[in-house]
Design a protein. Sequence first.
Length: 640
Amino acid sequence: MRAYTQKQQLLLAHWSEALGTPAFQANRITLDHLSNALEPAAQRCFQRLIQALFREGLINPDACEYDDESHCWLPLGEGAQLCFEHLSGTRMNSWDVRGSIVLHTPDRLPHKIQLPSELLAHLSTRLNPPASPQVLERLALELDDSFSNDTLCLAFHHGWTERLREQIDTGYDDNLLAWLKAGASHQNPTSLLEQWGTLGHPWHPNYKTKLGLSAAQVIAFSPEFEASFPIVLCALHRQYAHVEALAGTVDYWDWWQGHFPQAAAQLQRHLQQLGLDVKDYLPLPSHPWQAHEELPDSFANEIADNLLIVTNVVAFTGHPTMSFRTVLPNASRVAPMVKLPVALRLTSVQRTVSPRSARMGPRISQLILKILDQEPQIQRLLNIVPERIGVHYAPQPADDERSRHAAVLYRDNPLTLLQEGELAVPVGSLFAVNEFEQPLLRDWVRLAQGRDDSEAMLAFFDDYLSIAVPSLLGIYLMYGVAFEAHQQNSFMVMGADGQLNRLLLRDFGDVRIDRKTLHAKGLDIELHDPKMTLYDDAGFVRDKLLHTTFMCHLGELTLLCARHWNVPENILWERLAAHVARCFETLRERVEPARWESERKALLEQDWPAKSFMRMRLLDSHADIVRRLSNPLRSISHAR
């Protein structure tokens, strides 16, 4: 009990620090807002934790027993039980947790669970395989950090949502998307949606973990708090820099100077004042945390030798996107997006920029642009946000583990790829809710269909799938390219008429490509690491497609529609299955027969891969651990 009280005190200290920040004070976020965020944050954290444990087979859900009031009871041993007010399993081995979770023991009064670490401690008795006390302690710390940060996020989100509602003109019928599409309300509506709609990974129990940051730093650097901050400009000696660029891109220094002329001039003056030759250096923007906390120690020798110069020049003001480390300069409609390394454990791993990402981003972008030029029917449905330039520290001999901390990757601004009147909507933002607990998706359904009942949602859902499935599955079947097309990496473009138009994809660091299929099309790509990007294991490539596109994106969209419109899940899964089957039939003549058969069986009949985030944390594994779950597209008679 003492440990529990200490954790409550830590949470209150986290809140106290947050309430003193300029962001919370300017937006009038109070202790009441934070208190009101406790329950929904606990629900979100409990749901992801329970789902991960059940989905990954760490606890057998068959141990659950249901009483006449539909409460779920999970025995823990020695007469102890957890009672879930609502716990139900659905397709894709997803779990719906609502209401309270209460611990019942023979010799004590019932106790309501309030912290995720507390829930983990009780569930740990059922873990198979069991986990050591040290591992459980580490995981408990991560879960409580995620929970604490999510209370801040939800409190701020509620206040931000109310503020946005007050700004919406009466003519837009309280429809946030209709108001944003009109264009006069915000300099960059896509950037607003990226920040307002940042929810965290839909599966990961550590979806808001940011170990190493104080509450004030979390608020200062995270998109969900409408953050913006100065990006530090460094300079890297040309002899120790590798620059990778998309074909047709001008010299890196000239390109950078064209986008950031004022900072470029300041950097030149700074180098001259140090007695250094400007021509010997290249600009390297750095996240302020990285510049102040990581580089001075890890690159002390390079700094002393003037191979890396950390200046006091501000490169630009960065507005973080759904990806904590990817920023948009000055919320601009034209400036490039800038992906920066941050040596922090965000979710569960350090978010750096590897030399492979810096080099392969432009190369993969070039390949995909070539494929899209060859496939006009897919290009009508799918565009990419090209990764234009990658730069990283390149010592001799190569040292990728150090180089990933001094690197940058630039990608084009999504708004430069839009037509007049279009709006790029981050798919993740469609899941974010307003003050009435309605998802942004409902606003788009109402805008596109003229109403937002279940029939309108189903029509919208069909339109969505008619874009996403033939494009993402089509390019995979014909060229072997499996994008990491989850919610954070995908934009759905709204046409000037408010209808669904096409997909925009970004971030190609973890794209997997089937070597045999790509080569059969007469295409190839230069590799940084011969063991990455191109693979001979078709199943490994397919796992990426299924996990990111069909589970974390389309699968979660299916569950959202079923839950918020109270529509039977089967109807939606059957529609997704029909779109997949139709795509296979359309491309039958363009796909090698054996591949066509094996891929169709894998997508529509066989069990699907599920990335095991909890197992990875229990084993402290950076490599993916993948298990199988029941295929939600299998015919009803075979579904779980």
